[in-house]
Write a protein that binds this ligand. Structure first.
Ligand code: ZN
Length: 231
């Protein structure tokens, strides 16, 4: 009888530890969607919102790749927007993710122009970077995102290169991109310049670095407006 009890005890411990293992892994059919792929889920929700709000009639798909460096890119070969896993550590909200995705969507739409277009883009990449930024701002606003996030996220992740000349430098300096983004928002979507997001520490930091250019631009715009008023 004692031996039988011993065997039962062993069996019970065995079953209990087995059950315990299942609980430890934590994934059930009920919670699997919450447990896995949070980044992927966000990517697809924000991506689809941008595509639908802008009625984009070309297929664009989104994925997260396993690289831990900070980057995102659009692939000509399969019209896929790919965001490095490492980039997510620097994204603080949906608006910032939308800024990154909207920029890559703009490139992808250009890629639909065919191989010739892709070559043109390679040799004029700086102007296409500016173009993608401005189109991205339109996409963001149309989908209900705050375009100031383009500045907050790029001020965090876009390093400042020494040069931006020639065909060997594919991207303009981040400071020049951000200034053009600001000018576009100022003219086309001024209400966002008084939105709460302008209190974001990364936006405030950018305004310090761009103060001279901002002043120069705003003076020019005010002079233009005054002239218009006089006519
Ligand atoms: Zn780009």
């Amino acid at each position: 009888m004692k031996r039988l009890l011993f065997i039962f005890t062993l069996l019970f411990i065995g079953l209990a530890s087995q059950a315990n293992e299942i609980i430890v892994s934590g994934v059930t059919t009920e919670n699997i969607w919450q447990k896995l792929g949070t980044r992927e889920q966000k990517l697809n929700i924000v991506g689809a919102k941008l595509l639908n709000a802008n009625k984009i009639n070309k297929r664009v798909v989104f994925n997260v790749n396993s690289s831990t460096s900070v980057n995102a890119f659009a692939a000509y070969s399969n019209k896929t927007v790919s965001v490095n896993k490492g980039t997510f550590n620097y994204i603080d909200n949906d608006d910032e993710l939308a800024a990154i995705l909207a920029h890559e969507i703009a490139h992808t739409i250009d890629y639909y122009g065919g191989f010739g277009k892709a070559i043109t883009m390679t040799f004029n990449s700086k102007s296409y970077e500016h173009k993608a930024d401005l189109l991205a701002i339109d996409y963001m606003v149309n989908a209900g995102y705050n375009p100031i996030a383009m500045i907050t996220v790029m001020n965090k992740i876009g390093g400042e290169s020494v040069w931006d000349w020639g065909i060997f430098w594919s991207h303009p300096k981040t400071s020049s991109r951000l200034m053009k983004d600001y000018e576009y928002i100022y003219v086309k979507y001024p209400k966002y310049l008084t939105s709460d997001m302008t209190k974001n520490i990364n936006y405030v930091n950018w305004t310090y670095t761009a103060q001279k250019d901002i002043n120069k631009f705003e003076q020019k715009e005010k002079a233009k407006a005054a002239k218009r008023g006089n006519l």
